[in-house]
Design a protein around this ligand. Structure first.
Ligand code: SIN
Length: 275
């Protein structure tokens, strides 16, 4: 396969692109990595098809983006610290990641990039949806932009979330520490402003306001941010790899395949402090 000058093909009007001509089992040279990085900044989520990679090769690629962000509550593969096996079995009803969110927003240095590699997928269903938070911010009225400009949000780990039975989080010993983030987050690399928010189980309230006061504003912003015209949807095949930029996209695992099995390998790369 070629190792530079990529073919990048958008998959929807709002965001997301397939990147052709890259073999992720090989170490990418600097110009090729630079182009992949550019594609991620431009499209928010990028997708590679027909990859045949080992956990070690996935980890080597992940480390090109920064330090691995260990999820504080989800166990990793025994031989590969940093890789979470996201499994939904035929008998599971709930899924992992089944609400709109941006990864590990309940920590002070939430994930920068997430990398998800498909091992086993149902014949149909189990797509992942993404939403473009630059577009969501840009489409707000000037009045709303002014009102939320300096607000901060308080996020917490969602202990009550129903996950696939196989995905058992370790119980936090103490109540999780809240994490504070700006509601409007300038992207650390592009400078563009994005809404920065997750579903109500994580983004609990606006700093200085009660949950009751905050909820109408946060619900409005979540509904707005996930309008279909701001989204794309990726259909997996075994060997597909997705990378997304959590600093400016939301994502959601669509739970429409009860009775079928889906297995993915997930790595997150640590991001910057937001404040
Ligand atoms: C996640 O939320 O990280 C998982 C998404 C998926 O399984 O599609």
């Amino acid at each position: 396969m070629r190792n530079h000058r990529l073919d990048v093909q958008p998959i929807a009007g709002a965001m997301g692109a397939e990147v052709l001509g890259v073999d992720l089992s090989e170490e990418l040279d600097e110009p090729t990595f630079g182009e992949v990085h550019r594609a991620l900044l431009d499209h928010g989520a990028i997708f590679f098809r027909d990859q045949d990679i080992t956990p070690s090769q996935q980890m080597a690629f992940a480390k090109r983006w920064g330090s691995i962000h260990l999820h504080p509550h989800m166990p990793c593969l025994p031989d590969h610290p940093g890789i979470i096996e996201v499994v939904k079995k035929e008998t599971d009803v709930h899924t992992f990641g089944g609400n709109w969110h941006t990864d590990q927003m309940f920590t002070p240095t939430p994930a920068r990039v997430t990398m998800l590699y498909a091992k086993e997928v149902p014949e149909a269903g189990g797509d992942t949806a993404f939403a473009n938070l630059y577009m969501a911010y840009d489409a707000l009225s000037d009045g709303m932009k002014a009102m939320i400009a300096d607000l901060r949000t308080i996020s917490l780990y969602d202990k009550k979330k129903k996950r696939a039975a196989t995905m058992k989080p370790t119980e936090p010993e103490n109540d999780p520490e809240p994490a504070e983030h700006p509601l409007v987050r300038p992207h650390p690399e592009t400078g563009r402003k994005a809404l920065y928010i997750s579903y109500e189980g994580i983004t609990r309230h606006i700093a200085g306001m009660t949950e009751e006061e905050s909820r109408p504003i946060l619900s409005y912003l979540m509904n707005h941010a996930t309008r279909p015209e701001f989204t794309c949807r990726f259909r997996w095949r075994p060997g597909s790899m997705a990378l997304w930029d959590n600093r400016r996209v939301l994502h959601l695992a669509i739970n429409d395949y009860n009775g079928y099995r889906r297995v993915m390998h997930r790595i997150t790369v640590e991001g910057e402090r937001t404040l």
